[in-house]
Each structure stands twice: as C-alpha cells, then as structure tokens.
Design a protein around this ligand. Sequence first.
Ligand code: GLN
Length: 491
Amino acid sequence: MSELWQLSVAQAAQLLADRAISSVELTDACLERIAAVDGQLSAYLTVTADIARQQAQAADRRILSGDAGPLTGIPMQVKDLLCTNGVPTTCASRMLAEYVPVYDATAVARLRAQDAVLLGKGNMDEFGMGSSTENSAFFPTRNPWDTSRVPGGSSGGSAAAVAAGMAPFALGTDTGGSIRQPASFCGVTGLKPTYGRVSRYGLVAYASSLDQIGPLARDAADCALILQAIAGHDPRDATSLPAPTPDYAAALTGDVSGLRLGVPSEYFADGMDAGVRAAVAAAIDQLAALGAEIREVSLPSTEHALACYYIIAPSECSANLARYDGVKYGYSHQGDADMWEAMERTRQHGFGPEVKRRIMLGAFALSSGYYDAYYLKAQQVRTLIRQDFARVFADVDALVAPVSPVTAFLLGDRTDDPVRMYLVDIYTIPVNIAGLPAVSIPCGFATPDDGDTALPVGLQLIGPHLAEDRLLNIAHAYQQATAWHRERPNI
Ligand code: GLN
C-alpha cells in the first residue's frame, strides 16, 4: 500500500469504510507530511493540528456507528478566503490578519456536516487577486515540482498542498482562473463549477458576479465526490441556483464516444509555449481516440475578455473592499487626528499593492463621467462573450483548450509587470465572464525555455451551464486512459 498521505479521496474513503485505517491515522499522516515538506513550500497559512485530531476522532466514532458519509474522516485544506468557525481567516491580507469568523462558509459547513477534517487554511494571493500566490501579504507559496517557481494562483496554497500530499483535497475559489490555473501549474485536477452551483455564503467577496468555490483534488472522480457534498441551493446566497444536484459519481461512465468536442481556434494564439501546445494537442488526439468527435470552433470575442474582466472584477472589488474601513472589523490604524485619517491609514497599511491597484482601477471605472465608457461597455462585452459560448454550445457538447499559455514561471518573473501577470489568465477568464463550469486536468509535461525541469501542463474542459457531470465524465474518461494525473513531484 502507498503511504497514507498519497491516497486519493476515494481510496481513503474505501479504506476508512473497510476499517482498514482510521481517520486519526490518515489525519496524522497528512499532518506529518505537512511538518516534513511545508517548510519548503509554504502552502499553509494556518495548520489546525489539534482541531484536526479532534475532528478525526469524532469522524472515527461516526464511522464505527455506521452512519458515515462519503467524505467522513477525509482531511482537507480550505483556502483562506473561506470563513472557518473559530479558525483565523486572513484572506492572506494584513487587513484580516487577526480575523476569526464565528461561522463556517456553507461549502465548509456541508463538508463538516459529513465530518470531513480541517487540516488548515491555504495560502493565496491577497483577497484572491493574483495568479502566482506572490501577492500573499505573508509569504509566497512554492511549486512542489520546482521550488524556484510559483504554484500559480490565487489558490496556489491549495494546489501545492494537494500536489505534495499535504491534503487529499482542498477547497479553492475561482474568479478568473484561480482554481484551474494553479491546478494546471501543480499537476492536480481542479473544478470551477457553474456560477451559482456552490453557495458563496461565507466566501469573502472579491468580485461577486464572478466568484465561485470548487475542489482541487488528485482526479476527476474525487472532484465529483466533493462537488456532490458542496453543491446545491442555499437560501443564504441569493445567487445560488435552486437547480437539483445530479448524482455526479453516477455520471462517470468513462464513455465519451460520440461526444462533440469543440476546439476554439482563439485559444491557440501566438505567445503560447510550444511544449504546452504540443501537450494539449496530444490530449485532444487522445480524446478523439476515445471516440469523441473533434471540431474546430470560433469564439471571436475572446480577444476582449481580458479587458472586460479587468473592468468588471476591479469595479466589484472596489465596492466589496469598501467595508474595510478600520471601524467594523479587521485591522484598524490607531492614534489618528480624525475618522478620515484613520480610514486612510487603515487602508494604506492594511492592503497590499495589487489590492490597491484594483481598488483604484475599479473606483475610476465606476466614477461618474467614466461609467458609460468603461463599466457599461464592459457589461456589453460580457453579453457578447456569453453569446459566443451559447452559439458554439448549440453545436458541441464541450470545449477543449489549454488552461494557461505557459507552465509555472519563476518567482519574481512577472511581479514587475501587472499586464504580463494578467495575461496568464487569458484562457480561464472568459469562462467566469460567462458563468460556465470548467475543469483543469493534467495532460503532460513541458520544459520551459528558462529551466530544465519538466513542469505539468493542464487541459481545460469547458461546458454549458450546469454540465459539471458531463465535464467530470470527460475528464474521468481521459484519466482512465492516461496516467498524467498520477505523476507526483519528487519532494
Ligand atoms: N488572476 C485573476 C485575478 O487576479 C484571477 C484570480 C481569481 O480567480 N481569484 O483577478
């Protein structure tokens, strides 16, 4: 048997159900793994070892009583943007460095209702703003495949933890790619559900019309188990969809014959690494060999997606982050002459440079006289992007594309040039703009020009609204036929 920390969720659940292992043993194995390797990776902001052991004991009692759910006793990491009752939730910001929520986010509560075990909180870019986890106010996370490189972001701590065996799965969030891109950089499987599929209650808001919670795990079958637990209507989130939750595990037939898969020509533009292009092309051939029918399609509004996103996301961010005024909660600068100075100093010291850049961009785009030229225009472009997808989904069942034009880059490589950093998300952002589900799965390795370590490449599968079951099945079929998702970093 492999080491306990190497088990997938499904494997661990089987061993727990057979009473071959206990949740305490499994949890201790993950905690030992964290102690052994997180010094090199910094994937965790908080490790809740004592809480985890208590929760594991409770899970073991539940398993013995015969009333376990599919995730009872399974350890998890939760991105630090999600509220956890009694456990610090910093959003990787100095603003919330001392913040301890008094409730769980709905997604966390649903996992805890099954007695999933909280190992700790994942490092991330401050408030989810970034693509490399270098915007964490505390420390960057490193990529387990090459520690001189970033794990991607903003859920970089989650992807690095799953890749390095420091958690069988993690909850991340995706506003413009923050689950899929780090999953691709770290060689794990990540699912961004349809907007509204998973409740955002208790998710600290970045851009409310784009934010969505989803799992990062070792394969698509594990993502199906986790989505099953967290999906579904929640009256506490007005944007949560009342649609029934299908049986995701039952959808994993492994049969993709006859499925029509579209390849958007705009997603293979110049500037893409040759190694990424080759790995994605080979994955598309593999899907064809499994019986899928491949068609070229066009999404002509793709070229406007990044500009559209960088109006809408900062606009929503500037409104959402107005609440951090040093009065109600969070960091509060002391000793100022008056309220205005106190607010100014609080925001000056509490927020990092990228967060300030977004707030300024958003406040400008929303200001009177500019609103029509920027925010309104971006909303119109958003409609065009949605229409592009709606048109192609009349002819194809799903789209196949790269997740990112590049593999994991070196720490510091893009920090001086925000636009170069933003460009990394060019193939993930349109999906959030249209509110669609998408999954990122490992599909090979590529060696970058500036290094000699082969790094993971991700394949993105994009579906129509609420087609998570179809996407997970395509991903599962691919993973049944290939072994890329079983490759592990040597750390
Ligand atoms: N990198 C993108 C941004 O900075 C997306 C981040 C995310 O999905 N949270 O906004």
